[in-house]
Ligand binder design. Structure first.
Ligand SMILES: [Zn+2]
Length: 587
């Protein structure tokens, strides 16, 4: 039987998920980075792998010719990581499809399954897993991979995310997925897979991979991540799980499916959340099932931060972290994956808290544990009672954050770049860019207001930023009692940057409400007040951004969304506009 928190998976924040991260893996995973991950309490790192890059087999050998390079890099990384007590876990979405224009399809049209178009990207075709040739490729590929490399196991997603099978983007059960993506199909258009249930197709893939891996390495683990399985059935997804070998680890998303109340509306959370404590009823049903069936269980959660605000090192939701880990301990979870391809900063208050929460002893008294953590992290000189008060204050402030319902606010709002996002005089209707990809500033904030109205978002951030600021004042008072340390400077700075970001978001939305239909350059007194408020906010936040290189960097696109320079530019622009307006008014 596995031990509680036996596997604690994290990731190197310098690794580039979007580009080919394996070829540069030994450059990004420096000894210092590996050591910092281990010091932060983790014993595994995950990387994205495509099977055909490493083991192309007969099917792909003509198109993928660098497998030796990949193997060399991964072997070297495995050896280096093991020196720091870290195991390597590939995250895979096999059998991974390809763009419709790929020459592979001309040569192998019979292997094509369902076609999907994700947003406005080029269409992709699934590699049909019901065909023997594809099954042979998977079997030989995985057994070779695990024969050649000392990998700890494989983490598998089989729904949504990538085109990983013929049912991956087909919503077979609209009743169990309350807010589906618009581009998902309602019917599987593969002549073979459409004859089977999605549960059968998904479980067959996982079982095949499990058997293949185990033919090479009996100790390697297979993790079946239930991301978006609710496209097909109700949690705990017995239809799929019961078809899987008993040793397959069931990994559930800790918060997805939870209900939150905002502005008198109850909405379902369909993303990771530090703001919502969870566990969601969906995850809870999964843990009950795993316990009853004696199946190993992992949780997928974010230790540092989420899409709620991804451009800071950590969101200090320490109360939330305590509750999450307390539940996981009670559920005998044998592991967790603590980050996605962002939120991977090491040695933060949050990673420190998670490390403590995974320790042998556990304090069931929440407040006492929080007080102890405050002293351990900041030193005994500080006012631990006030630190805890500030943490509760942050937690309560975030009850105004507009989560739940459609993820459009989380994915498209300017919150991650709010400190550099311009307050323009005239709006031209540029679509908002996704926060996880490089983009120019959009100006069509309606894109972000599908679940909550623009006015509701503005009001929520007004309340949130005020309450966050009040809690930050308590934090300042608490930490002032101790001798200033690097940890205090960093953590207090992070809280200030978050507060500044929430205030800017408030100003962005209320500015938009007043101005987006205006054609004039003239500003009203209320509009000038917003600019004055934003200027004061930026000036107060700037020193903390200047002092923290981590601020503003989004690790998913490996792109800086704000920095001291972009804030200074915004200050200059807004100051000029204020001056010009005064001249205009006094004339
Ligand atoms: Zn198929």
């Amino acid at each position: 039987m596995s031990k509680i928190f036996e596997d604690r998976i994290f990731r190197c924040g310098q690794s580039n998920y979007i580009e080919d991260e394996i070829l540069s893996v030994n450059k990004t995973h420096t000894d210092d980075n590996l050591m910092a991950i281990a010091d932060s309490g983790f014993n595994g790192i995950w990387l994205r792998l495509k099977l055909r890059d490493i083991v192309p087999g007969k099917l792909f050998q003509e198109y993928y010719r660098s497998s030796d390079k990949y193997l060399r890099e991964l072997e070297k990384l495995g050896n280096r990581a093991s020196r720091f007590g870290l195991k390597v876990w590939p995250y895979m979405t096999e059998p991974l499809g390809m763009k419709a224009s790929h020459s592979f399809w001309k040569a192998n049209p019979e292997l094509a399954g369902h076609t999907t178009q994700i947003y406005n990207e080029e269409s992709q075709i699934a590699l049909c897993s019901s065909i023997q040739e594809v099954q042979d490729y998977l079997h030989d590929g995985f057994s070779t991979l695990f024969k050649k490399l000392p990998l700890a196991g494989a983490i598998l997603i089989t729904s949504s995310e990538h085109v990983s099978n013929c049912w991956a983007h087909v919503l077979s059960n609209p009743n169990t997925y309350p807010v589906p993506e618009a581009f998902w199909a309602r019917k599987c258009r593969c002549p073979r897979c459409s004859k089977y249930s999605p549960a059968k197709v998904i479980s067959s893939i996982i079982t095949l991979i499990y058997n293949s891996i185990h033919s090479a390495n009996k100790r390697a683990k297979v993790v079946a991540w239930d991301w978006s399985w609710n496209m097909h059935s109700k949690p705990p997804y017995k239809e799929i799980s019961e078809l899987l070998p008993k040793q397959v680890i069931l990994m559930g998303d800790f918060e997805r499916g939870g209900k939150v109340k905002r502005l008198n509306k109850t909405n379902v959370v369909e993303e990771y959340s530090l703001i919502y404590h969870g566990p969601s009823p969906r995850f809870k049903s999964k843990t009950d099932y795993a316990l009853k069936q004696h199946r190993p269980l992992w949780a997928r959660l974010q230790v540092n931060t989420t899409h709620e605000l991804a451009t800071i090192p950590n969101l200090p939701m320490i109360v939330s972290l305590y509750r999450k880990f307390k539940f996981l301990r009670e559920s005998k979870a044998s592991g967790f994956m603590g980050c996605w391809n962002f939120a991977c900063c090491t040695n933060t208050l949050n990673t420190f808290a998670a490390k403590e929460l995974c320790g042998k002893k556990f304090d069931n008294n929440q407040k006492r544990w929080l007080t102890g953590l405050a002293k351990k992290y900041f030193g005994s000189q500080i006012r631990a009672d006030l630190v805890v008060k500030a943490w509760y204050g942050f937690d309560r402030a975030c009850r105004y954050y507009p989560i739940g319902g459609n993820n459009n606010f989380l994915y498209f709002s300017p919150v991650n770049e709010a400190l550099s996002y311009p307050l323009v005089l005239n709006f031209i209707g540029i679509p908002m860019g996704g926060s996880w990809v490089k983009h120019d500033f959009g100006d069509r904030l309606e894109d972000t207001a599908l679940t909550y109205s623009l006015k509701e978002i503005a009001e929520s951030f007004g309340k949130l930023s005020q309450r966050w600021s009040d809690a930050t004042d308590i934090y300042e008072q608490a930490l002032a009692a101790g001798k200033v340390s690097e940890r205090m400077r960093e953590e207090f700075g992070v809280a200030k940057i978050i507060g500044g970001t929430f205030r800017s978001t408030y100003n962005i939305y209320r500015w938009y409400l007043l101005r987006h239909k205006k054609k004039t350059q003239k500003m009203s007194a209320v509009e000038l007040d917003i600019i004055a408020d934003e200027l004061a906010n930026l000036q107060a936040t700037l020193p903390y951004v200047e002092a923290d290189q981590r601020a503003g960097f989004h690790q998913e696109p490996q792109w800086r969304m704000f920095d001291a320079e972009s804030i200074r530019q915004k200050i200059t622009l807004l100051s000029r506009r204020c001056e010009a307006s005064k001249t205009y008014l006094t004339r």
